[in-house]
Design a protein around this ligand. Structure first.
Ligand code: FE2
Ligand code: FE2
Length: 335
């Protein structure tokens, strides 16, 4: 069986069948090979964000052994490539092709809203939360009409605009998870805004942040740990100051202050904040839109899945559905 995995989850003994970039652009001798050393893993990580492995010819991914959450009364896993499972009733109401143009508009509008909010944070203004709510409702509606269209657009990368694109991608994925979990509309709206704002605490950092981002690559550690090490304050703590100045509501504040540690959120918000944390984790793990955090703490994954009530196969099912649609949508992605 072939599986797509982020390169930070590679282990000696896995059999690589495909890279995420043309083989000719890499120094690897063979197109398909078994990983025999840690050095090989480091070299693959240098060139690739994800690869495909054959689990019959080599060992399987550890994460597949993550204990499944019982999920309570939650829906079953999404089978791979199931574009029809979009809304609470499990049906897309419009086709991917019909939704993609609207999804492009939602994406462009949301990007503007996030950029506004980032600018407000930078100059010390308070945010227009009505604008944020409206953007989140646009995402919610698009995902209800057809989940894959907007999820597809999260694959677009633009490193110049990384914070706004990253925040929007986390919000889109978080809303897709929340829809799958069958959360109430007002909860989805609150957590969608929380996801849009979750990394707000990064904004006030100045040029010194570039050095921290460089250290993330060198030390292969989580961004938040290195912020504390080099700047003596992390973006959750800075975010807490901004949230209290802006008097943001409790769910949004918890998403900003605890998206790297949802167990510290208020008990009634932990599952919601964990949904933001899982979306952020996934997007960093697969490097979908640059967030400067290539090495999130993978030991957190199991507890995040448990707190959300999701299973890894569900998360990967979403990803596979999106990948399948991306192939169909290349023409739109070039717009
Ligand atoms: Fe963060
Ligand atoms: Fe983030």
């Amino acid at each position: 069986m072939t599986k797509k995995i982020p390169t930070i989850l590679l282990r000696v003994g896995m059999y690589v069948t495909q890279l995420d970039r043309p083989w000719i652009e890499t120094p690897f001798l063979f197109r398909r090979f078994e990983i025999k050393t840690q050095q090989q893993i480091a070299q693959i990580q240098e060139y690739c964000h994800h690869v495909f492995i054959d689990t019959e010819r080599g060992i399987d991914i550890d994460i597949a052994d993550v204990p499944a959450s019982d999920g309570g009364s939650l829906p079953e896993n999404i089978p791979p490539n199931s574009p029809s499972q979009t809304s609470a009733t499990g049906q897309s109401t419009v086709s991917f092709e019909d939704e993609i143009q609207q999804a492009l508009e939602v994406r462009s509008k949301t990007k503007q809203v996030v950029e506004h909010m980032m600018e407000d944070a930078r100059i010390g203004n308070s945010i227009d939360s009505a604008e944020a709510r409206e953007a989140v409702e646009g995402i919610m509606d698009s995902i209800t009409r057809n989940r894959e269209a907007l999820l597809c657009l999260t694959q677009l990368k633009n490193r110049d605009e990384y914070t706004s694109i990253h925040s929007m991608n986390v919000s889109i994925l978080c809303i897709a998870f929340a829809r799958h979990l069958g959360l109430k509309e007002d909860q989805i709206r609150a957590i969608g805004v929380g996801a849009l704002l979750h990394d707000l605490g990064k904004i006030p950092f100045g040029d010194e942040y570039t050095e921290v981002l460089t250290q993330v690559r060198t030390e292969q550690q989580a961004l938040i740990i290195l912020e504390k090490k080099f700047l003596e304050i992390d973006h959750e703590e800075v975010g807490e100051m901004i949230a209290s100045k802006w008097k943001l509501n409790a769910v949004i504040t918890d998403a900003i202050c605890h998206h790297h540690s949802p167990e510290l959120a208020l008990p009634e918000h932990q599952a919601l904040v964990a949904t933001v944390a899982l979306a952020d984790f996934y997007i960093c793990l697969f490097d979908i839109g640059y967030a400067g955090n290539r090495f999130p703490n993978e030991s957190q994954l199991s507890s995040l899945l448990d707190m959300c009530g999701l299973q890894w196969t569900t998360v990967m099912g979403l990803s596979e559905a999106v990948d399948a649609e991306i192939k169909k949508a290349e023409i739109f992605l070039k717009v």
